[in-house]
Design a protein around this ligand. Structure first.
Ligand code: DQA
Length: 179
């Protein structure tokens, strides 16, 4: 069975619905979860949707994702801009990451313009509110299928190369014939 996509939400995202609605909208995290799971089902993906206000918990979940998740959709909240430890965890597991933010962080305060996560992410989606999570599922489906195809091609190339390696003597003969 295919591994689920881990959707990680950082600090204060549990407050969505009442938190600065002019910036983040009025949908709750439960609404966003339902939307994300709905799209994932349409794309044939399973989702493991979580939120924590604690940096160490997010790090532990990222570490545990190695071998148990296909990829990570990450809205690290304010940790996006501060946490080298979360970025290190992402680098350590080597899973594909799609970074998502509800708000357009580049339209906001200067301190939100830098993300420690972005250089490790396949891509970043920001500014589309809760729709960003739906887009992130589509992006992750694309990344995973691209990786799957690459693996298949590599497998086919290895299989094709095997007989040639087994008959090295034969290869020499071919060379002789050409010269
Ligand atoms: C956020 C943007 C961050 O700057 C902020 O600290 C958040 C939410 C977003 O989804 O727009 O908590 O990640």
């Amino acid at each position: 069975m295919d591994l689920p996509v881990l959707v990680l939400n950082g600090p204060n995202l549990n407050m969505l619905g009442t938190r600065e609605p002019d910036v983040y909208g009025t949908e709750t995290l439960a609404d966003i979860r339902a939307k994300t799971e709905g799209r994932a089902a349409e794309r044939g993906l399973d989702v493991d949707f979580r939120q924590s206000n604690a940096e160490h918990e997010l790090i532990e979940w990222i570490q545990a994702a190695k071998g148990s998740s296909a990829g990570i959709i990450l809205n690290a909240g304010a940790f996006t801009h501060t946490s080298l430890a979360i970025a290190d965890a992402i680098a350590a597991v080597g899973l594909p990451v799609v970074e998502v933010h509800l708000s357009n962080i580049f339209r906001r305060e200067h301190f939100r313009h830098h993300s420690h996560m972005s250089r490790l992410a396949e891509g970043v989606i920001c500014g589309f509110g809760s729709e960003g999570y739906v887009l992130a599922i589509d992006a992750m489906a694309h990344v995973l299928s691209r990786r799957g195809k690459r693996k298949e091609r590599r497998g086919a190339r290895t299989a094709a190369a095997r007989p040639a390696r087994a008959t090295r003597g034969g290869a020499k003969d071919t060379k002789k014939k050409r010269s």
